[in-house]
Design a protein around this ligand. Structure first.
Ligand code: FPP
Length: 228
């Protein structure tokens, strides 16, 4: 992989709970720190020469199974995050988009998401996608059902790719923090040709510096393989 191949980066942000527990704090404090950690990574991606899209897993379809209070906290935090980070998006010329089924979110949160998308839609340095109430299987199933509704009886891979909520490009690198080595129903279709990187760092401690080291290691490792 050469540096110019890294166009779409995906991240599974994991380990907020453990970060907080290790410090004797409530899990919610870990989510707050996790929401703060997003800023440095998105601004790094916006400044990066070749990254065009960064897709982060913020809330999965399975996350509803968490205690009600934690789910409510995450919803409020998302609203606060979007309100606070609009400035970052505008200053760094970042477009914000959301994927997933947001129909179960409160009307005010849905409005905040739509507004943030609208206000940043002409920004060009990076598209930052948050996956919210997202599941990869649900996304593929929805795409296939849409195509059936359009009257298609036989599908090509291109048909399915373009009917997904994330049609722009395949993922080049997926990073998951906190030492877990699973993809947890994230971007199943788009990860087909992705490189994977698992770091033990808990999400609130993940830094632009570590991301830079990871990206460098991919380009160097693959250049050596090319020389064999
Ligand atoms: C995993 O930590 C984290 C999530 C539930 C998703 C990511 C959420 C954030 C980064 C904070 C909120 C984000 C926004 C955009 C407001 P965990 O609770 O699973 O950690 P654990 O595995 O250590 O318990």
């Amino acid at each position: 992989m050469s540096k110019s191949d890294i166009k779409h980066l995906a991240i599974i942000m994991d380990g907020n709970g453990r970060w907080a527990t290790e410090r004797g704090l409530k899990r919610t404090k870990g989510h707050e720190a996790g929401a703060e950690a997003i800023r440095d990574i998105t601004t790094y991606c916006a400044a990066h020469e070749t990254i065009e899209t960064a897709t982060f897993y913020a809330f999965s379809t399975e996350n509803w199974k968490r205690p009600k209070l934690e789910v409510e906290f995450l919803m409020k935090l998302l609203d606060k995050y979007l309100k606070r980070e609009l400035k970052t998006y505008q200053e760094h010329n970042i477009r914000f988009q959301a994927i997933g089924d947001m129909s179960e979110f409160s009307k005010s949160l849905q409005k905040r998401i739509k507004e943030t998308e609208e206000l940043t839609k002409n920004n060009e340095n990076l598209t930052h996608i948050l996956a919210l109430n997202y599941g990869g299987r649900a996304e593929i199933t929805m795409a296939v059902n849409d195509l059936i509704k359009q009257g298609k009886t036989e599908l090509t891979q291109e048909d399915i790719s373009s009917a997904l909520q994330t049609p722009y490009s395949d993922i080049d690198i997926l990073i998951r923090t906190s030492g877990e080595e699973r993809i947890s129903n994230f971007l199943l279709w788009q990860l087909s040709y992705s490189e994977f990187y698992f770091t033990p760092t808990l999400w609130p401690d993940f830094s632009a510096e570590e991301l830079n080291t990871i990206l460098e290691s991919f380009t160097q490792r693959n250049r050596r393989f090319g020389g064999l």
